[in-house]
Unconditional design. Structure first.
Length: 437
């Protein structure tokens, strides 16, 4: 039996109470009006039960699962099995690596002759913590591991983790204040373990004329930024362990990274407050390209947002080939439409909407309009026209992408954007405006 083990990223597993109540992910209504169950998400008795396949109308891991199914790997398959490693994404990555090792040990006992790990975001760090140190070299699964494929993994950490830990930005309905409370709990160090690696110097002292870096791994530096030194130490353990580990010679590595979107690249510290630097084209909106590609190996860059870029042809066509299968889709043509990408799954009410118009086939003209639809709860009500359509025209040199910045949308809700005209979109881009900052 050949097995693919799929590992989601932070917030990418369903968390249930022992009685079966779903505590995470949020409902479509909570994404827009605010996730008010902080006391529940901080319970000790939650259990991971599945991967987050969709949130509201947005397929999260469902498109990647569909690709792996088409390649031949299915959940419960006898010859080619897709095994989904759902885990408690709140907990220490050291413990999650041990759980992953145990899962792969069980797969070998069930008849697995080969294993390939496919991991998104933080899941890639968990995979590397199981594979690269000497800890699990003596297991029965280790010699059977053939490949490690990561999508948008912050191999060198992500400055955006600083933004969320400090409460400067919310995520999927969780307010910045609540995320900071959650991240500061020593029971749940995973958010800290996504901090930029030692030596990346992603925090600057903006009050000093020479802009010296602030070492967040030094106790005084952590205090200056407002970080908990004992939790920073768990991030240091992750990066030190990976730096000391070795890439197994028999395992093929392949990293996918997302680009094209404005992404946090550093944090500037001033007396009493912090200001993120957000850089155009720097990454997938969450992880900078330099971190997603933070190790010498084969790489593929695709344009798109952190939780969505793996669904596009630029990634899918390569993934199929990595498993020795030709990509089944027809060659890309403008006749089939262009793709749209927004910088995040959820945006703040004061945040401009960065929209990328993407095509594998160069184009030199656009003549159409952007149509925005809104729904209070797309699980229950359809999208309805929101505001007037926005005319969009371009005529010039051939390009494969255009960036359009739309004004902030202040009304919370779920939204879709379509491009009607020549060319038009293959499918709408979905995002939500959250009432929580």
């Amino acid at each position: 039996m050949d097995c693919v083990v799929l590992i989601p990223g932070i917030m990418g597993s369903v968390l249930n109470t022992p009685s079966g109540d779903v505590i995470w992910p949020p409902t479509a209504w909570e994404v827009t009006t605010g996730y008010k169950r902080l006391d529940q998400i901080m319970r000790n008795d939650l259990r991971a039960t599945d991967i987050v396949r969709r949130v509201s109308c947005v397929g999260i891991y469902r498109p990647l699962i569909k690709q792996l199914n088409d390649i031949g790997f299915t959940e419960g398959g006898a010859d080619k099995r897709l095994d989904i490693f759902a885990y408690d994404w709140r907990l220490d990555l050291e413990d999650m690596a041990a759980q992953l090792s145990g899962r792969m040990e069980n797969l070998v006992q069930e008849g697995a002759e080969s294993l390939t790990i496919v991991a998104h975001s933080m899941g890639g760090l968990i995979a590397r913590l199981a594979v690269e140190p000497s800890t699990y070299r003596g297991t029965s699964w280790f010699p059977k591991l053939q490949g490690l494929i990561t999508y948008g993994t912050p191999h060198l950490g992500a400055p955006n983790a600083l933004v969320r830990i400090l409460g400067l930005e919310g995520q999927i309905g969780v307010s910045g204040k609540d995320f900071a409370t959650f991240a500061a709990d020593p029971r749940f160090p995973s958010a800290y373990q996504l901090l930029p690696a030692p030596g990346e110097k992603a925090v600057w002292d903006a009050a000093h004329v020479s802009l010296p870096p602030v070492d967040i791994y030094d106790q005084a530096g952590a205090q200056k930024v407002g970080l908990k030194h004992e939790l920073v130490a768990r991030a240091k353990w992750v990066h030190d362990t990976l730096a000391a580990g070795e890439e197994p010679a028999h395992v093929r590595y392949f990293f996918f990274g997302g680009g094209g979107h404005k992404t946090t690249t550093r944090l500037n510290v001033l007396p009493g407050h912090e200001i993120p630097t957000v850089t155009a084209d720097a990454g997938d909106g969450t992880v900078p390209v330099w971190s997603a590609f933070g190790k010498a190996t084969q790489k593929q860059l695709a344009t798109g947002e952190h939780a969505k870029f793996f669904r596009y042809d630029q990634c899918a066509a390569v993934l199929y080939r990595l498993f020795g299968k030709e990509y089944s889709q027809q060659p890309f043509s403008l006749d089939n439409g262009v793709l749209l990408s927004v910088q995040g799954l959820t945006l703040g009410a004061q945040e401009p909407v960065e929209l990328l118009i993407l095509s594998d086939e160069p184009f030199g003209a656009i003549d159409g309009e952007l149509v925005i639809g809104r729904s209070n709860n797309p699980d229950e009500t359809p999208f309805e026209a929101f505001r007037d359509a926005i005319p969009i025209r371009y005529e010039g040199p051939l390009v494969t992408q255009l960036r359009v910045e739309l004004p902030a949308i202040e009304q919370p809700g779920s939204y879709e954007i379509r491009l009607n005209g020549s060319p038009s979109t293959q499918e709408p881009a979905f995002f939500a405006i959250s009432a929580e900052p």
